[in-house]
Structures are given as C-alpha cells and as structure tokens.
Ligand binder design. Structure first.
Ligand code: XIL
Length: 364
C-alpha cells in the first residue's frame, strides 16, 4: 500500500512569477502586523478571540479544511486545533479501498466513521477520499487477474457500498483519483487496462445512483497550472458534460514544491473549469521545500500559500481549500520525498508558521 510519489509537484512547463512588488509589500506588511498581534499576545486580543481560518473563509462563502488521519487522533492538542481552526476535514487514508474493503465483499468503515463522527462533533464537513485509485488497493484486488466483467462488478460494488454508507455524511467524493499521466495520456491502471477509459464515466454514474446529492469530483496532482495534464481533465470534463455524465467538480491536489516554481496559471485554470459549469477545490495543499527550512524559504512558502488562496477567492466556483494535514508533525512529505518537508502552515510543535499568517491575510 505504499506509493512512489516522486513526481508530485514536478514542473511540466517553466513558470514565471507574475505578482507585483506592490502586492508583495502589502502582503509583507499584513503578515508583520499579524505576527505583531500574535506576539503582543492575548492582552491585545483578550476581548474577542481572533477569527479562525474557517471563519475567514466562510465570509467568502468558502471552506478551509485539513486532512487528518486516524492514528493522530490520540494527540489532544492536535485534535483541539483540528476541531477549532477548520470547517472541513478529509480522511488522509481511512476511506481508501485497502481500508474499507480489506477482503472482497467484506466492508469495514470504522476508520472513516471515526473521522465522520469527529467532524460532526466539530460541525465540519467531510470530503470523501477516494473511491477509485491505482494506489493503496487491497492485495485481493491487485494479486490476481480479472476479466472486464468481473472487475466491473467489483468496482461497482465497492463504489456503491461505500457511497451508500456515507450518504448524507460527506458533501463531496473524489470519485476517481489520479487518472492521467503528466503528458495527458490515461494512466495505465488496473481499471484502465481492464475496462478502458469508460471506467471513469461508469464510476461517476454508479456514485450518482448511490447518492443523488453528493458532489462528484475527479482529483489529481500537477493540474494546478494549465498544461497537458490539466488539458486532459478539461477535455474529459467537456466530453463527460456533453454525455450528461454526472460530474460536479475537479479537485486540484496542489502538492507544490518550492524548487519547481509556482503554477502562475492557477487562477486562469480554475476559471476555465468554472466556464464548463464545474466547481473546483484545492484538495490536498502542501508546499514542500528542500530541508533545512530557512527564513527565506518559509517566507516564499507563505507567499505561495497566500497566492493560491487569492486564486481560489478570485474564482467564484472554487469552493474551498484543504491542506494535507495542517502541521509538519503529521505531514506525509518527509516519508515520501527524501530530504524534503516543512510543507504545512503549522510546524512540528503546532506553532503557526509565516504561511499561516499569510493565509489569514489573504482571507481578510
Ligand atoms: C497519502 C497519505 O497522506 C499517506 O499517509 C499515505 O501513506 C499515502 O497517501 N495524493 C493523494 C493522497 O490523493 O491520498 C495521498 O495521501 C497523497 C497524494
């Protein structure tokens, strides 16, 4: 159930930064002011506690969320911040196929349910992640050959059992995750190889049958900017819409890396999906760097977090932002990208980093 993650966030074309100096200076002033408020401490703020990221996002009709994972939920200070700062959570692993159908036809929703119950207690909405993906599949599924007829039945049953179980409990599903290669060709997954490209439309239709109301998404990384991979989604979305296949949105994971450049066409890209009548969401945001983290790198990271927040706020149909967990303590990055990390807005001691203050400023 491990995965090779080497290409997340790698560049598909050269990026040129387009932000003006004025904007950056304004931003810096805002961040400094926020830091000042933070260090002058509770006295200055005693009368009313500062709004959370969720509060600020809600003023724009957006959510601000975090991924979380079951093993972390014993960490009380972590859990307290997770419950207070965000209005949306995504299970990092608990709803994946290996966890939910560990034996063929034997379903186990304990991990996902734990996250859903936590979300309910904290008045948060939940993104379902994910139904169809080539990674973290159970051994019974990958360990043998399937005919198309067999695999279709297995896939349909998996999708419909899980979607039915979480009906009314999740607001959106990442129905198919990571379906394309960097060059915009279909990824040769077990589903593609056995069923052909039609598996995507089928998956969406099966999910819709099982929950008529939930928002259905396709989700991927390296599709933040305009390029061959996001073009593939744009073309597929157009076709699916023309065929009246139920598709509500495109999830842009946004696993960015300082060393690969900022996707400056993000806002234009969000807009072109909106023009197809689709929602978009930034679903798994983190901005990693080559360690050690320096003040400069953390400042650049803060600016990127603000820039992507601006981009989402600029496009009405960008419905929200989710960080892929909120603290470096529980980030997946160090385990998957050697020598990299410090990708999230809170550090390993749960202290807010410059990125946190920059997001706040952008949301004001
Ligand atoms: C990651 C989890 O965070 C890790 O705990 C796990 O070991 C591997 O998967 N894209 C996705 C997410 O869609 O499901 C991945 O999550 C990160 C990349």
């Amino acid at each position: 159930m491990t995965r090779a993650g080497g290409s997340y966030g790698s560049p598909t074309h050269p990026h040129v930064r387009s932000r003006t100096m004025r904007k950056n200076r304004l931003r810096l002033a805002g961040v400094l002011a926020a830091v000042l408020v933070a260090v002058t401490g509770p006295a200055a703020q005693a009368h009313d506690k500062p709004p959370t990221l969720a509060d600020l996002a809600e003023r724009h009709g957006r959510y601000f969320g975090s991924a979380t994972d079951n093993p972390e939920l014993v960490d009380e200070p972590y859990k307290a911040l997770l419950g207070s700062e965000f209005d949306q959570i995504t299970p990092g692993n608990g709803m994946k196929w290996y966890a939910t159908e560990p034996q063929q036809g034997v379903f186990d929703f304990t991990e996902g349910d734990e996250i859903v119950n936590l979300a309910r207690a904290n008045h948060q909405k939940v993104r379902g992640h994910t139904l169809v993906w080539h990674s973290q599949l159970p051994g019974w599924l990958t360990g043998r050959e399937w005919t198309a007829t067999e695999l279709r039945a297995v896939l349909k049953k998996h999708i419909q059992t899980e979607v039915r179980h979480y009906r009314g409990k999740v607001f959106a599903w990442d129905v198919v995750n990571e379906a394309f290669n960097e060059d915009g060709t279909y990824r040769e997954t077990i589903f593609y190889k056995t069923l052909g490209p039609g598996y995507i439309a089928d998956a969406l239709r099966w999910a819709r049958q099982a929950d008529p109301k939930v928002k259905l998404y396709l989700n991927d990384y390296n599709i933040e900017g305009i390029g061959p991979k996001s073009d593939a989604y744009h073309n597929l979305a157009k076709e699916l819409k023309a065929q009246r296949v139920p598709l509500d949105g495109i999830g842009l994971q946004a696993h960015l890396a300082l060393q690969y450049g900022y996707p400056t066409t993000l806002e234009d890209n969000l807009r072109r999906f909106a023009e197809l009548g689709l929602d978009t969401a930034l679903t798994e945001v983190d901005i990693r760097m080559i360690l050690p983290a320096t003040e400069e790198k953390l400042a650049q990271q803060a600016e990127w977090y603000a820039d992507l927040t601006d981009a989402c706020l600029a496009v009405r149909r960008c419905v929200g932002i989710t960080v892929w967990d909120y603290t470096d303590k529980y980030s997946w990055i160090p385990a998957f990208f050697e020598g990299q990390g410090a990708a999230l807005p809170w550090d390993e001691q749960l202290r807010p980093k410059p990125a946190y203050y920059a997001i706040r400023e952008a949301l004001r």
